[in-house]
Design a protein around this ligand. Structure first.
Ligand code: ADP
Ligand code: MG
Length: 318
């Protein structure tokens, strides 16, 4: 099976009809009807997952659907951070060899995510090389309503959606560094392989939140970006950090360390003025996601927290 057979067999069938998509896989460019962005901003973002760096090397072929949901979950999470509505993505794939089973499982993972979020595959690239996957996502957000990192203001409350730390614990379980019960393992692995982009919540936060970021590197590490971009100091109260039962069960005393410094969570960290608290709680509830106040925005700079985790977060070339 060569390049074009693979595209025809596994990727072209995933393309669905979208009113705004005039041409997709098979053409040199995907052609989109510009009307879909009328009165809206086009939101784009790219992420790459490299085997051995972003997920363990040489996983069995039946993990390929997990790799697909992970790469899409993480990349669409960037759209959530901006409160953009997802439209579609392109996919650049480097494969070391043609593995039918791997490709089949991978395309099943893509299809399930595409179905769940009603997004389309617009095109991509395929080449021979060490396993890596690059996804380029496309979304739209009504002009002026995007959430950004630079809007936090002195006096705002800092909120966290869901809870953090479980994905980092999952990675330890995958690597065999910790042993956990089957039940806990299932919860943790789902968090790692099937991150849920907080798209519904983010849409509800339009007009309420003053700033937002999605947590990929670690809660404190990503909080730093809001602080820097907004020229303010974020004071995180570690007593308010939610620690899930699965996380405590898996890593015990290290739960707070992982919740603050772990990474791979894809939760939203955002700020909002105190007078929006009631509305915010109602909206969060309406989309079934918990939002916990975990700190405040002060004058100054940096991220202050009484608990200093062993590492504040992940950094390439760090
Ligand atoms: P070109 O050589 O003109 O860049 P390719 O030969 O790489 O195009 O790809 C042929 C068509 O298949 C293009 O429409 C491209 O978008 C699509 N395609 C290639 N790889 C993928 C992939 N992994 N997933 C989805 N579509 C793909
Ligand atoms: Mg071409």
């Amino acid at each position: 099976m060569h390049e074009f057979d693979i595209i025809r067999k596994y990727f072209a069938p995933l393309m669905r009809a979208s009113t705004w998509l005039d041409a997709g896989i098979g053409e040199d460019c995907a052609l989109l009807d510009g009307n879909v962005f009328k009165a809206a901003q086009l939101a784009i973002s790219t992420d790459t997952l490299v085997a051995g760096k972003h997920f363990p090397h040489e996983l069995p072929a039946d993990t390929a659907n997990d790799i697909a949901t992970r790469v899409l979950g993480t990349t669409f999470s960037d759209l959530a951070a901006c409160a953009a509505e997802p439209l579609g993505f392109s996919l650049a794939l480097n494969l070391p060899r043609v593995d039918d089973m791997w490709l089949k499982n991978f395309s099943i993972g893509l299809a399930s995510f595409m179905e769940e979020w009603s997004v389309n595959l617009l095109g991509g690239d395929l080449s021979e090389g060490d396993l890596s996957i690059t996804v380029h996502v496309l979304g739209r957000v009504p002009k002026g309503q995007a959430l950004r990192r630079d809007g936090a203001r002195h006096g705002d409350i800092l909120y966290l959606s869901g809870c953090t730390g479980e994905a980092a614990a999952a990675l330890r379980a995958i690597k065999g560094d910790i042993t956990v019960s089957d039940e806990t393992r299932e919860v943790l692995l789902r968090r790692y392989w099937q991150p849920v982009p907080r798209i519904h919540l983010a849409t509800e936060l339009r007009g309420l939140a003053t700033s937002a970021i999605d947590i990929s590197d670690g809660l404190l590490a990503d909080a730093t970006h809001i602080g820097e971009m907004s020229n303010c100091c974020l004071r995180v109260n570690c007593e308010q950090i939610p620690l899930s039962d699965s996380l405590r069960d898996a890593v015990g005393d290290e739960a707070m360390d992982l919740a603050l410094g772990g990474g791979d969570d894809y939760e939203l960290l955002f700020t909002a003025p105190p007078n929006t608290h009631k509305v915010l709680e109602q909206r969060a509830q309406s989309c079934g996601v918990s939002c916990t106040p975990i700190g405040i925005v002060e004058k100054g700079s940096g991220v202050v927290c009484a608990h200093e985790p062993k590492t504040r977060g992940w950094r390439h070339f760090g």
